[in-house]
Structures are given as structure tokens and as C-alpha cells.
Ligand binder design. Structure first.
Ligand SMILES: Cc1cc2nc3c(=O)[nH]c(=O)nc-3n(C[C@H](O)[C@H](O)[C@H](O)COP(=O)(O)OP(=O)(O)OC[C@H]3O[C@@H](n4cnc5c(N)ncnc54)[C@H](O)[C@@H]3O)c2cc1C
Ligand SMILES: *[C@@H]1O[C@H](CO)[C@@H](O)[C@H](O)[C@H]1NC(C)=O
Ligand SMILES: *[C@@H]1O[C@H](CO)[C@@H](O)[C@H](O)[C@H]1NC(C)=O
Ligand SMILES: *[C@@H]1O[C@H](CO)[C@@H](O)[C@H](O)[C@H]1NC(C)=O
Ligand SMILES: *[C@@H]1O[C@H](CO)[C@@H](O)[C@H](O)[C@H]1NC(C)=O
Ligand SMILES: *[C@@H]1O[C@H](CO)[C@@H](O)[C@H](O)[C@H]1NC(C)=O
Ligand SMILES: *[C@@H]1O[C@H](CO)[C@@H](O)[C@H](O)[C@H]1NC(C)=O
Ligand SMILES: *[C@@H]1O[C@H](CO)[C@@H](O)[C@H](O)[C@H]1NC(C)=O
Length: 600
């Protein structure tokens, strides 16, 4: 489910995403336009978390807030607004950080594209829209690891309900039995089931229901138990992407106590003094480009770092906060010894399993024929309906490896509990091209399989002291026996699922190198050439108890050994959840906003 590499269609898509960077009076794009260089709070990064913080803090009219974002406005960017076109922003576009990984040893030394959102809304503006809260076990583990019960499922529930709400699919069809409205809240992010149901949906649900406990049906994975099969819930309202920009920031841009500066990259935090022996970091340096003059802004109260799992550790290290020997080696003066900065990067490896199918309804022809693509786009532009109002994914399954599996004789179960999955399957009704391009003929169904409780870990390190140089990103994909076993289990589950009665006469054969692999060893070997990222990096500035020897922030999200600096984004999550990460980020950001309001 990534870059659609499909000849003419690709060219058509490239034209579609040409940016219309509509000017907006409420946004600034040059430091000289800022009315002041002093704010109560400075938020770095207008991403999923940063926009929640800016929106909630400015509810209090006595707080002034500046948000600094490296990227452009999301206004009028079709690849951002149209759910189905999400993959067209990748790997490199005007709305992305064009990162790539270091060579991945367990993936035959392949270098993977590792895009992040660089636009208002951050990665919530370019993600593939799948909405998954995560299990109750997941959050209870955060509480245990941080020693702070306020991070437990029960204590976080009000913040989940405050962050999102269920809305009807754009075509208004009944979703009875496919979602539980009571498991949803009343917050700004809109969540819906597909607005144009696919030919897969009924087959997925009936296969699940007929399988009993093998592929259990889960009417709503937001209920606390994440395990099971269901129709995908996506951050879409009325056929349009709902991001932290559209749902949180844009409606409040007219608040007089909020300024948003786009097109400017934070280059480092500046030490503004000391309190006792503790350095204070309440100043932020930024510039529109490497060669431009840098500007410094000052926070009266706090700086909130929300630059994401890659940007946040990069900025900390550029500011002298990290592993002293690594920083000194690059000529950066070490100020705070925090060796965990940039460590423990985790992400979910994912790959595509293709099935040739007996159908002409898949989206394959849309990607091959510009006239079909343009008709679908015209329909979306008319009333936001049709294929383009849907996310690329139709259905999802979160499943566990049986507890008597051989792997558990040597490896401890890495999940937070029985409501959390080891692996995921994501259905798309067409050929979701990534490592291999869409074939010129045929119709396909893709099941993307992902390991959602990986034990591999990696790191984000600086490549140079230049803030405009990309950091070295090493997710360490597929480097453990557990991750390999879990991916193998996922492939076998996908094959078993698609062999069920509901698919007879529909599925013709497996397809591609992964599909051709038969033995366990062959499947793992094929996976090494097929795995990419699902773009869920977390944990590069982990939360831990205040007095712990590990971690970067305490359970109040304050950076250890520093005054005036908090981190609110996916980097503080202690262990990657068995879930897509945007919902957990919204939840933690909502709670963080209350922590900050209470502190001031
Ligand atoms: C392609 C893709 C697909 C995804 N699919 C899904 C999905 O389907 N479902 C799901 O739940 N999650 C998905 N995710 C993950 C999800 O979007 C992220 O977990 C979430 O957005 C992280 O929020 P964040 O606030 O930590 O960071 P981000 O949302 O990435 O925000 C960070 C912001 O900080 C800005 N920034 C960084 N450095 C600087 C700097 N030096 N100066 C100024 N600004 C800076 C960035 O430009 C960005 O706007 C996907 C992500 C990607 C990239
Ligand atoms: C990413 O690549 C696109 C397309 O080449 C380019 O427009 C954009 O400026 C690049 N972004 C960064 C941060 O390098
Ligand atoms: C994306 O940009 C990165 C960094 O600028 C570059 O290394 C990579 O080759 C680009 N990828 C594509 C497909 O253009
Ligand atoms: C937990 O939150 C409550 C308010 O909801 C607060 O009174 C209490 O101090 C918090 N506990 C910790 C450890 O932060
Ligand atoms: C949306 O427009 C399409 C034509 O572009 C039309 O076929 C469809 O009925 C419309 N749907 C609604 C709900 O108006
Ligand atoms: C695990 O248990 C199930 C049924 O309880 C059995 O069918 C299966 O063969 C067992 N698997 C292993 C690896 O022992
Ligand atoms: C394709 O489906 C049709 C019915 O829709 C059926 O007659 C035909 O046998 C199927 N073909 C294959 C190869 O399964
Ligand atoms: C941290 O403090 C808690 C409670 O105050 C204590 O139980 C724990 O042993 C301490 N841990 C360390 C690493 O000092």
C-alpha cells in the first residue's frame, strides 16, 4: 500500500500533488512577520501531537503560543486531502522529509525510504489514515513502566474520548454490527468506516465469523481488546482526510494568542541560563534554510518539542542533549548526559502478500488508466464520494501467535497482554505496489502483513552537526528470531484466511516472490527482500520514572536534567504499541496538554 508505480497513472498522480500553497492570513512564513519574539509556550512541530498542544493551550486566553513548523501549509494539497491518494505523497514530495534508513543488515542490506510528514499536520497529513486506539494492556504497561498510574487505560480513556469521534461513512450506508458507537468519543478527529464498501468486506467478515477462534471477529477494536478481524476505521470525515491540522489547528487559527510559523526549521534549542546546576532551555533557534539568517525566540514558560520520533532526538542532540561522546565526536558541546536520546527506535516491518483474483472491480485499472483515475477524481471533487474518499485499506486483522508456538520456548511474549496482537493483516482491493511494481495486467488483492510487537530495536543518530543534514535512521528491522517468526506466522495466516470458502472462485492464485515461497526458510528469505516500513517509529525519547537510569523524559514528559523543556510526540512512548500510532499520539498529547495547563 505505498507508492503507486504505474506508468501513466504515476505521472497523473505527480501532477495532482503539485502544491497549491494557498496563502492564509493567520499563518506566517517569515520570522520578520512575527509580532513578538517572546511567547509563553513555543511548540516545535505542527504534527499530530504539536497541533493538539497548541490548540488546547490556547483555550486559555492568558497563554500565548507560537508553533514553528518546517513544512508548508496543507491547504489545497490534493495528495493530503484525498484519502485514496495518500500513497502518492511518497517517497519524496513537497510534503515529506525524504529520509531513508541505513542499510538494513537483516534485509539484505537494503536502504528503505523512510518518509515523514513535513507539512501542517505532520505525518497525520500524509499517513494512510488507519485508526487504531491500541489495547487496554498497552496503556497499563505504560503506567507500569513509568510508575505513573495516570498513563493507565482507565485514566487515559477520557483523553481518547476527547480526541476523536465516529462519523457516518460518506455514502451514509448502515454500519450496524461493524462498529460500536459507544466505544467512540466526541473529539475533533473524525473517524469513519469506508465510504464505498469493497467486494472484500463481506468476505472478510464472513471468513472471520466462520473461523471461530482462529480469526475472531471483533466488532470494534477500540474497545480495549485489539485482537480480531474487522472493517477498517479511518481518520476520514465526509470523504476527506481528518488530520491534526484540519481537526485541531485550522478551526482555532484565528485565536489572538496563537501564532503559527511555517517554512522554518528549528536548528537547535539554546540554553537560556541555569537554575541551580540545571541548564534551562527556553530558547529556540530556527531558519528558513541552511544559508539564511537564524532567529531566536524565547519561551516565558516552556518549550514543547513535538518534532516526532526522528526530529525530536535530532534537535535534542543538536542542542547538546544526548550521548556525550557521540556529540563531542561531531564537535557539538555536550550539555546534558542523556545517552538514551535517539536509542530504542522501534517500528513495525510490513510487506505485501499478493493474490491474483477473478474480479474486475479492484483498483488496478484505476492506476493503469488515467481516464478512470480522472473520473474518480472528478467524482471526489464533486461530492467527496467514491473510491477516492476511501483510505487504501478496507479491512484489518490483529492476531496473536498461539501460546504453545515453538518460539515461546526461547522468547518471552513481547506483547503487553492477551488483548494485544503479534501481527496484523491489512487488506487492499488492488495491487498495493511497493518493492515490486504493479503488473501491466491482471487484478489483485493485497494483504499487507506487519509485525506489530517487534523485538528489534534501532537508533536515530546525527550524521553531522549541520541541522539541515538528515540524521542516520536505523530501525534494525527483522533482526530478531521473534520478528522473523511473527512475520512467518502472519504470512501463513494470510494464506489460510484466503483459502477459506468465502474466497472460492475469487482468489485464483498467490502472486510474486513472497507468494511463490513455500518452505518456512523460503518465506523468511523472501521477506528480507519484501519488507518495508509502515512508518510507525516510536520510543527515541522514552518516558521512564523520574529516578530511572534509562529514558529521556519523566512521566510528566519533562526532559531529565533540564529545565523548561518537555517532549510531546511519538518519541516518548515507552514501547511501540501493537497498533497504528496516530491514535495513541493524539491520546498522549491530550493528556500532556492537561499536564502542562496544570503546571502553569
Ligand atoms: C506514510 C505514513 C503512513 C502512516 N500511516 C499511518 C496509519 O495509517 N495510521 C496511523 O495510526 N499512523 C500512521 N502513520 C504514523 C502516524 O502518522 C505518526 O505516528 C504520527 O503522525 C506521529 O505524530 P508525531 O506528532 O510524533 O509526529 P509527526 O506527526 O510526524 O509531526 C512532527 C512534525 O514536526 C515537524 N518537524 C520535525 N523536525 C522539525 C524541525 N527541525 N523544525 C520544525 N519542525 C520540525 C515535522 O515537519 C512534522 O510536521 C503513518 C506515518 C507515515 C509517515
Ligand atoms: C523532498 O523531495 C521533494 C521532491 O524531490 C522536494 O520537493 C522536497 O523539497 C524534498 N524535501 C526535503 C526536506 O528535502
Ligand atoms: C528521495 O530523497 C532522498 C534524499 O533526498 C534520496 O536519497 C532518494 O533517492 C529519493 N528517492 C526518490 C525515489 O527520488
Ligand atoms: C494524576 O492526575 C491527577 C489529576 O487527574 C493529579 O491530581 C495527580 O497528581 C496525577 N498523578 C501524578 C503521579 O502525576
Ligand atoms: C456524487 O456524485 C456522483 C457523480 O460524480 C453521483 O453519481 C453520486 O450519486 C453523488 N452522490 C451523492 C451522495 O450525492
Ligand atoms: C498448539 O495447540 C493446538 C490445540 O490446542 C494444537 O492443534 C497445535 O498443534 C499445538 N501447536 C504446537 C506447536 O504444539
Ligand atoms: C470467475 O468467476 C466466474 C463467476 O463470476 C466463474 O464462472 C469462473 O469460473 C471464475 N473463474 C475462475 C478462474 O475461478
Ligand atoms: C525510584 O523511586 C522509587 C520510589 O520512590 C523506588 O521504589 C525505586 O527503587 C527507585 N529506583 C531507582 C532506580 O532509584
Amino acid at each position: 500500500m505505498r507508492c503507486f508505480k504505474a506508468g501513466h497513472a504515476q505521472i497523473a498522480l505527480a501532477a495532482l500533488v503539485a502544491t497549491a500553497n494557498v496563502a492564509s492570513a493567520a499563518l506566517y512564513n517569515d520570522a520578520s512577520q512575527l509580532p513578538t519574539l517572546k511567547y509563553d509556550f513555543i511548540v516545535i512541530g505542527a504534527g499530530a501531537a504539536g497541533n493538539v498542544i497548541a490548540t488546547r493551550l490556547t483555550e486559555n486566553s492568558k497563554f500565548s503560543v507560537l508553533v514553528i513548523e518546517a513544512g508548508i501549509s496543507d491547504q489545497g494539497v490534493l495528495g493530503v486531502e484525498v484519502p485514496f491518494l495518500a500513497p502518492s505523497n511518497l517517497p519524496n514530495s513537497s510534503v515529506t522529509w525524504n529520509y531513508s534508513t541505513t542499510p538494513q543488515a537483516a534485509l539484505n542490506d537494503r536502504v528503505l525510504a523512510y518518509s515523514r510528514g513535513r507539512v501542517l499536520g505532520g505525518s497525520s497529513s500524509i499517513n494512510f489514515l488507519t485508526y487504531t486506539r491500541g489495547s487496554n494492556d498497552e496503556y497499563n504497561r505504560w503506567a507500569t513502566l513509568t510508575g505513573d498510574q495516570n498513563w493507565s487505560w482507565n485514566k487515559l480513556s477520557p483523553y481518547y474520548f476527547k480526541s476523536s469521534r465516529l462519523v457516518p461513512p460518506v455514502d451514509g450506508h448502515s454500519t450496524a454490527g461493524l462498529v460500536i458507537p459507544a466505544d467512540h468519543g466526541n473529539g475533533p478527529i473524525q473517524v469513519s468506516l469506508p465510504g464505498m464498501p469493497s467486494e472484500l468486506d463481506g468476505r472478510v467478515v464472513s471468513t472471520s465469523k466462520a473461523s471461530g477462534s482462529q480469526f475472531p471477529f471483533n466488532e470494534d477494536i477500540q474497545s480495549g481488546n485489539s485482537v480480531g478481524v474487522g472493517i477498517a476505521q479511518s481518520t476520514i470525515g465526509g470523504g476527506v482526510r481528518s488530520s491534526s491540522s484540519t481537526a485541531y489547528l485550522e478551526p482555532v487559527l484565528n485565536r489572538p494568542n496563537l501564532d503559527v510559523l511555517i517554512d522554518n526549521t528549528v536548528t537547535r534549542l539554546v540554553q537560556s541560563g541555569t537554575t541551580g546546576r540545571t541548564p534551562i532551555f527556553k530558547q529556540v533557534e530556527f531558519a528558513p534554510s541552511a544559508s539564511a539568517t537564524r532567529t531566536i525566540v524565547t519561551a516565558n514558560n516552556e518549550v514543547i518539542l513535538s518534532a516526532g520520533s526522528i526530529g525530536t532526538p535530532q534537535i535534542l542532540m543538536l542542542s547538546g542533549i544526548g550521548n556525550p561522546s557521540d556529540l563531542t565526536a561531531l564537535g557539538i558541546k555536550s550539555v546534558v548526559n542523556l545517552p538514551d536520546v535517539g536509542q530504542h527506535l522501534q517500528d513495525h516491518p510490513i510487506m505485501s502478500n499478493y493474490f491474483l483474483v477473478n474480479s474486475t472491480n479492484t483498483f488496478d485499472d484505476v492506476l493503469r488508466d488515467p481516464s478512470i483515475l480522472n473520473a474518480d477524481l472528478a467524482q471526489w471533487q464533486n461530492n467527496n464520494t467514491g473510491l477516492f474518499g476511501n483510505a487504501p485499506a478496507n479491512a484489518v486483522a490483529f492476531l496473536r501467535i498461539p501460546s504453545n508456538a515453538s518460539i515461546f520456548t526461547t522468547v518471552q511474549d513481547p506483547t503487553a497482554g492477551s488483548g494485544s496482537a503479534h501481527f496484523e493483516m491489512i487488506w487492499a482491493d488492488g495491487f498495493a505496489a511497493n518493492v515490486i511494481a504493479q503488473p501491466a495486467t491482471g487484478h489483485y488483492v493485497t494483504i499487507n502483513t506487519a509485525v506489530v510487537s517487534p523485538t528489534s530495536t534501532g537508533s536515530v543518530r546525527l550524521a553531522s552537526a549541520d541541522p539541515f543534514a538528515f540524521p542516520l535512521i536505523d530501525p534494525g528491522f527483522f533482526s530478531t528470531a521473534f520478528d522473523q517468526f511473527a512475520m512467518l506466522s502472519a504470512v501463513k495466516a494470510a494464506r489460510a484466511f484466503m483459502s477459506a470458502d468465502a474466497w472460492k472462485g475469487f482468489v485464483i492464485s498467490r502472486f510474486g516472490p513472497v507468494g511463490d515461497a513455500e518452505s518456512d526458510d523460503d518465506i523468511i528469505a523472501a521477506a528480507r527482500d519484501a519488507i518495508i516500513t509502515i512508518w510507525h517509529p516510536t520510543s527515541t525519547a522514552r518516558m521512564s520514572p523520574k529516578n530511572a537510569s534509562w529514558g529521556v523524559v519523566d512521566s510528566q514528559l519533562l526532559v531529565k536534567g533540564v529545565s523548561g523543556l518537555r517532549i510531546v510526540d511519538a518519541s516518548v512512548i515507552p514501547i511501540i504499541p501493537s497498533a497504528h500510532t496516530v491514535a495513541p499520539v493524539y491520546i498522549l498529547a491530550e493528556r500532556a496538554a492537561d499536564i502542562i495547563k496544570a503546571a502553569w
